[in-house]
Design a protein around this ligand. Structure first.
Ligand code: NDP
Length: 287
């Protein structure tokens, strides 16, 4: 292996320490940051993610609550929950754990999620916050892309003038990721399932962000020697192993730096959720 392994757990703990300092300062002003996580249904992976978020929030002094709704929930129940949390002064951040149960289709889910107060939208998914990102204005940015940028920064990966390829164009990862890289002066290409000659596009990159959701999809010969590789993917193989979107062992032989799965991007996503909640609470303190 030649690549430097980027330690997401270590960098995430540094972010949490920074958040904790800000939480303590807020508590001196009488403000305890509050996070409400809405969990609908009983998807096992979602249960684990929500538990981790709650645990990490507690560690930095954020008051986290989980609102559990049944798998069979009516869309109106979710709407009412969001409206109640929007009105709750003690709640600074609202997060609806995705995916929602299957009977709520994507368009309906989006319309309900858009009812989250943009000032409490700590997932950065509200169109107002997405627009602010596009316009280069301050707002909430999705946690995973923010975490990826910090991983690059902590690993001394320079974005300015370099070629970055983002594989995946979801609203929660791929698109905001591309905009953050653009804001950092990288030349950005976004690839997706209709991209032709994908391996050739990836091979041009100094920075590769893989957010595809396909186990070990990115191979060694797709990667330019010395490239920085950030693997967002979380995939479970048939034998129960957790792997990323990058064939780690072989790509680590040519990359300059690479994130492992687990222990790379995952911890950063939670750390930046806590960061966003603390920002929201700071705005409350300044009102
Ligand atoms: P989505 O399914 O929403 O998006 C996947 C993207 O990959 C789509 O844009 C899709 O293209 C593209 N894609 C799929 N197949 C191919 C292919 N064969 N070639 C090129 N592009 C392809 O997923 P998310 O963005 O939500 O998540 C991506 C991965 O990251 C998942 O494994 C998820 O579990 C993980 N994840 C990890 C997080 C973390 O904290 N580490 C946080 C969030 C997600 P198209 O648009 O054309 O369909």
């Amino acid at each position: 292996m030649t690549a430097v392994k980027i330690d997401g757990r270590l960098i995430a703990s540094k972010v949490r320490d920074e958040v904790n300092v800000r939480v303590q300062a807020l508590s001196k002003q009488g403000v305890v940051p509050g996070l409400a996580v809405v969990l609908a249904g009983d998807d096992p992976a979602s249960q684990v993610y929500v538990r981790n978020k709650e645990r990490m929030a507690g560690r930095v002094g954020i008051n986290a609550q989980t609102i559990r709704l049944p798998e069979t929930l009516e869309p109106s129940q979710l709407r009412e929950t969001i409206h109640r949390l929007n009105a709750d002064e003690a709640v600074d951040g609202i997060l609806v754990q995705l995916p929602l149960p299957g009977h709520i289709d994507a368009a309906l889910a989006t319309s309900i999620l858009n009812e989250i107060d943009p000032a409490k939208d700590v997932d950065g998914l509200h169109p107002l916050n997405l627009g602010r990102l596009l316009a280069g204005e301050p707002g909430f940015v999705a946690c995973t892309p923010s975490g990826c940028m910090r991983l690059l920064k902590e690993s001394d990966v320079i974005c300015r003038g370099r070629r970055a390829v983002v594989i995946g164009r979801s609203t929660i990862v791929g698109k905001p990721m591309a905009h953050l890289l653009l804001a950092a002066d990288a030349t950005v290409t976004i690839c997706h399932s209709r991209t032709q000659d994908l391996a050739d596009r990836v091979r041009e990159a100094d920075i590769i962000i893989a957010a595809v959701g396909r186990p070990e999809f990115i191979k060694r010969d797709w990667v330019k020697p010395g490239a920085a590789v950030i693997d967002v993917g979380i995939n479970r193989t048939a034998d129960g192993k957790l792997v990323g979107d990058v064939a780690y062992d072989e790509v680590a032989e040519v990359a300059g730096a690479i994130t492992p799965v687990p222990g790379g991007v995952g911890p950063m996503t939670i750390a930046y959720l806590l960061d966003n909640v603390t920002r929201a609470a700071a705005r409350r303190a300044n009102r």
